[in-house]
Design a protein around this ligand. Structure first.
Ligand SMILES: O=C(O)CCC(=O)C(=O)O
Length: 291
């Protein structure tokens, strides 16, 4: 089954913005049926999370921030979205890729009124792959205001500093065992700067968004900074992670979280390989002749 083309043309300005800033907000790229499909999938997923699922935060009033990843193998609605929606083509066009492989899905579900903010971080240092040509398609399934949405430091995807990344394993109020721990201290050159202390100094951006809009961001960009919600407003976000031309499997010495190295090896993938197999399937190929 081929992927559906986006419902409007992606402009060269949008591609340039992604390349320059490492992040771009693309309005109106998913028809309502894709949002309804993901919402139905998320309901089924929340009823039967994977073993990786965690509550990141639970406050005294019982408000939670829920996270899970690589659930698509058990959620047919996610599978359909990955293989048939415009997401793969959107990623491919942003990355200027000749072909795009799917990496994994992750969801972020926040109760109305939660004060929990996503810690600032980059994604690629946690991943079991490496490369510049990687991106996430971040999609709210409900409306979100800019001050409550995920925020970004434009241009930070091109930085070369190796940061001491946040240990997401410390977000574990339920004391779940077999949680991945990220210890970047052995390779870190610097702490992540305190971006929330002065967002304007870092040029931080975020956007008002409706279901059907998406933010596409390079996996090396610094992002985090919000998720804090007003009373009566919740947030349900579906993300899909995509791999372009320069990406290779990378089993790192420190910090893989989630650590997909075992499942990758089980699928015959080894350090240095191109993505492939039904674990990391090729979903989209450019019609343009490869150079
Ligand atoms: O939506 C969020 O709060 C976090 C998203 C995120 O960090 C990611 O998709 O990499």
């Amino acid at each position: 089954m081929a992927t559906q083309a986006p419902p409007r043309r992606i402009s060269s300005e949008e591609v340039e913005a992604f390349d320059r800033d490492g992040v771009v907000m693309l309005p109106g790229l998913f028809e309502r049926r894709w949002i309804d499909l993901l919402a139905a999938g998320l309901d089924a997923h929340l009823a039967a999370p994977t073993s990786r699922a965690r509550i990141w935060d639970r406050d005294d009033a019982g408000r939670t921030t829920f996270w899970d990843s690589m659930a698509w193998h058990g959620v047919p609605e996610y599978q359909r979205f990955v293989m048939e929606s415009p997401a793969a083509e959107i990623a491919g066009r942003m990355l200027g890729a000749s072909r795009v492989h799917f990496y994994f899905d992750a969801v972020f579900v926040r109760s109305a009124g939660t004060a929990f903010e996503t810690p600032w971080h980059q994604d690629e240092p946690y991943w079991s792959v490496s490369g510049h040509d990687t991106c996430t398609v971040w999609m709210p399934l409900v409306p979100v205001r800019a001050e409550n949405a995920l925020a970004f430091v434009p241009g930070s995807h091109r930085g070369s500093t190796v940061f001491d990344q946040y240990d997401f394993g410390s977000l574990n109020p339920d004391g779940k065992t077999d949680v991945d721990r990220s210890d970047f201290s052995a390779i870190a050159e610097a702490d992540i700067p305190d971006i929330s202390a002065d967002p304007a100094a870092f040029g931080v951006v975020s956007w008002d968004m409706q279901p059907g809009d998406c933010v596409v961001f390079n996996s090396r960009i610094l992002h985090g900074g919000s998720g804090r919600l007003p009373e009566g407003v919740d947030l349900r976000v579906f993300t899909s992670k995509w791999l372009g031309d320069d990406v290779r499997i990378a089993f790192r010495d420190v910090g893989m979280d989630p650590d997909f190295s075992t499942i990758m090896r089980d699928h015959g993938l080894d350090h240095g390989d191109r993505p492939g197999t039904d674990l990391l399937p090729e979903v989209w190929r450019s019609a343009a002749p490869s150079t």
